[in-house]
Design a protein around this ligand. Structure first.
Ligand code: PGA
Length: 254
């Protein structure tokens, strides 16, 4: 059985007090309502991370993650945060390659390959995001784009490191737009991703990798999306800022 994960991506939202308050609401609801083996991951801004790790102690279904990490070990990179720092506060995950990072911060597959290496070297698990834009889908390039994101971003990894990844398929046209990929569209890509992994690393590795769907996922559409055989959970933006919505999505796996 693959690990089922619902990860919240808070992006650049919530000040410190707001973040702590939302997190307390979420953990209280999880304690009362979550009965399955699914895992919640909250990917907060860096500022909140250390405090949230402390608040999460005692809740074994809740982990913390960052939304980015720098590709260098340390040094003169004013304003940046390293994987070692993220690890040192007790976080476990790092989102890498989110389409907003690719778009607004010019992150390329080659850069993301370096970030993946350093994050793994510090014992953190990347939540590695891939997905096509609307123009790429309309030009029928979505399979080729996904394939190159995998090949250039993560397929350099050895099998042991690769097995530590969580992947997230996030069609760019579905992020924050209210337009969700249909469950059939999402399943088609997830199955394709798993087939590519199988061709590269073998069937057993492919069957073990958790692949999340992200893009306007909410409590209404999550049950159908998560019922697909190759969808193992979600990466949730907007709906992760509402405790009720986030925990309702998580409870689909109860
Ligand atoms: P959304 O964002 O759920 O608001 O569409 C998802 C994401 O960007 O990870």
């Amino acid at each position: 059985m693959r690990t089922k994960i619902v990860a919240g991506n808070w992006k650049m939202n919530l000040d410190y007090q707001e973040g702590l308050a939302l997190f307390s609401e979420i953990t209280n609801m999880i304690k009362d309502e979550i009965t399955g083996k699914q895992e919640a991951v909250i990917c907060s801004p860096f500022i909140h991370l250390s405090s949230l790790v402390q608040l999460a102690k005692g809740y074994n279904k809740v982990s913390l993650g960052a939304q980015n990490a720098h590709q260098a070990e340390a040094g003169a990179y004013t304003g940046e945060i390293s994987a070692k720092m993220i690890k040192s506060v007790g976080a476990q995950y790092v989102i890498l390659g989110h389409s907003e990072r690719r778009q607004y911060f010019a992150e390329t597959n080659a850069l993301l390959a370096k970030k993946t290496d350093i994050v793994l070297s510090h014992g953190l698990k990347p939540i590695f995001c891939i997905g096509e834009t609307l123009a790429e889908r309309e030009a029928n390039q979505h399979f080729a784009i996904i394939k190159s994101q995998l090949e250039e971003g993560v397929f350099h990894l050895g099998v042991e490191d690769f097995s530590k990844l969580v992947l997230a398929y996030e069609p760019v046209w579905a992020i924050g737009t209210g337009v969700t990929a249909s469950s059939a569209q999402a399943q088609e890509i997830h199955a394709f991703i798993r087939a590519e992994i199988s061709a590269k690393y073998g069937k057993e590795v492919a069957e073990g990798i958790t692949i999340l769907y992200g893009g306007s996922c909410n409590p209404k559409n999550a049950p159908e999306l998560f019922a697909q055989p190759d969808i193992d959970g979600g990466l949730i933006g907007g709906a992760s800022l509402k405790s009720r919505d986030f925990v309702d999505i998580l409870s689909v796996f109860n």
